[in-house]
Design a binder for this molecule. Structure first.
Ligand code: PBG
Length: 327
């Protein structure tokens, strides 16, 4: 393998040759589209920190769902903006059968019964303090939080959710939710564990979107992972798989390609990458201010696939499919 018998540029010389040798593929089926929903009627509100991304009231969901369906996106992930008057310190709106998430689930299924629906299990959109769990004696109480998360998962399952996605990072919740689903005969509901969720600075625009930026006073470092850790990520995944997760998520994605890679290598289970809001906004604004070319989006998405992600939760999903994958 040495020059001149080996000239790696030979295989790069033309487009057809580059197409033959590339080893990473991207497809419409590789995406989950996050969809923000809000209460009320006839609302479509742009999220200021996320240009091109909107919140929809239930009666306006058809626009985004038909776009996703047309683009053959396999599944959507629903995230709610809850009115302040419905928030309290226990997040009880999370277990209301008629909350905006449950209504959104049935509406999406009505619009397209063949699209998968995924819902977060976590209390942050519903609590007055913006944390994912209950605060007892100044701490986010693990076991008391789990009790309400189980109920939230069941309420969403009853509403027709296909994938329950706990993003709260409490210990033991996957096993508890799995048992509760089995007991209630939801044998086939999938659990996507946000197994590896870092306490990240990349979530700010999302917190604007779901209205927790103003309510959240401190950080989430006592439950979300420290970005200085890598071994711990493997342990999180192992526990969640043992407890009954069907697949696992790494979040954020772009600064954590090494973690995606390691998990894929070690466990060989479906791994999803969450290309989070801060990644979206930084890239969008970079393009807007001519710091980067638009194709940067595709380059970033490919990096998740190269690292080993099976699918990507991304606000770019529609855009990437329409621009690059619809020929
Ligand atoms: C809530 C949740 C968050 C995200 C998904 N679910 C934010 C957080 O933990 O504060 C972030 C998604 C994004 O930034 O796009 N548990």
């Amino acid at each position: 393998m040495k020059f001149p018998s080996t000239r790696l540029r030979r295989n790069r010389k033309s487009e057809w040759s580059r197409r033959l040798i590339n080893d990473t593929y991207l497809d419409k089926s590789d995406f989950i589209l996050p969809v923000f929903v809000c209460e009320g009627k006839n609302k479509k509100q742009e999220i200021k920190s996320m240009p091109g991304i909107f919140r929809y009231s239930i009666d306006r969901l058809d626009e985004i769902i038909s776009r996703a369906s047309k683009n053959k996106i396999p599944a959507v992930a629903i995230f709610p903006l809850i009115e302040n008057s419905k928030k309290n310190n226990k997040g009880t709106e999370a277990i209301n059968k008629n909350n905006v998430v449950c209504n959104a689930i049935s509406q999406v299924k009505k619009l397209n019964k063949n699209i998968g629906v995924m819902c977060d299990v976590a209390l942050d959109p519903y609590t007055s303090h913006g944390h994912d769990g209950l605060i007892i004696n100044n701490e986010i109480h693990n076991d008391e939080t789990n009790k309400i998360l189980i109920k939230q998962a069941l309420v969403q399952a009853q509403a027709g959710c296909d994938i329950i996605a706990p993003s709260d990072m409490m210990d033991g919740r996957i096993g508890l939710i799995r048992n509760a689903l089995e007991k209630n005969k939801f044998f086939n509901i999938q659990i996507l564990s946000y197994a590896v969720k870092y306490a990240s600075n990349f979530y700010s625009p999302f917190r604007d979107a779901v209205g927790t930026s103003s309510t959240l006073k401190s950080d989430k470092k006592t439950y979300q992972m420290d970005y200085k850790n890598s071994d711990e990520a493997l342990l999180e995944v192992k526990l969640d798989l043992d407890e009954g997760a069907d697949f696992v998520m790494v979040k954020p994605a772009l600064a954590y390609l090494d973690i995606i890679y390691k998990i894929k290598q070690k466990f060989n289970v479906p791994v999803f990458a969450y290309n989070v809001s801060g990644e979206y906004s930084l890239i969008k604004n970079g393009i807007k201010s001519s710091l980067a070319k638009e194709d940067i989006i595709l380059e970033v998405i490919y990096s998740f696939k190269r690292a080993g992600a099976n699918a990507i939760v991304s606000y770019f999903a529609n855009e990437v499919i329409e621009k690059y994958l619809s020929k």
